[in-house]
Design a protein around this ligand. Sequence first.
Ligand SMILES: [Zn+2]
Length: 145
Amino acid sequence: MKKISTVFLLMLFVIACKDDEGTTFQIDPDLIQHVNAFYDEAAERGVNLTKSNLVVRVSDSINEDWAGYTFKDDDQRYVFINDDKYMEFKDQPYIIEYMVFHELGHALLNKGHCGSCESIMNGLFFPWEYDPETMRDTLLDELFQ
Ligand SMILES: [Zn+2]
């Protein structure tokens, strides 16, 4: 039932916000700073992404073990961040950023998971091991290369 209502809301939303190309760009205000940072960090590394075809939101309808979930429907990309994880880490914005960047790696860079790599695209993330002071730049260079 939860899933059905989410899909229904999503459909209403997409219908309400479609642009000329039939796609949507809508970012949850709670996540906009991280999404903007992703575009900025990409541009700084010579990766030019257009702000289109992307919906990013905090969601209560994804697997409780997952930090986030991405799916694509033709050109439209959807990124959902687990609302429980969002609430757990919202006072540590660098953790939220990491989760958003991981999902945007799937959504905008078409990256899959890598095994035991030193990468934001590693499918396993242990927040207590992440030190943005020493790790962020290296991980972002790797993400956008
Ligand atoms: Zn992933």
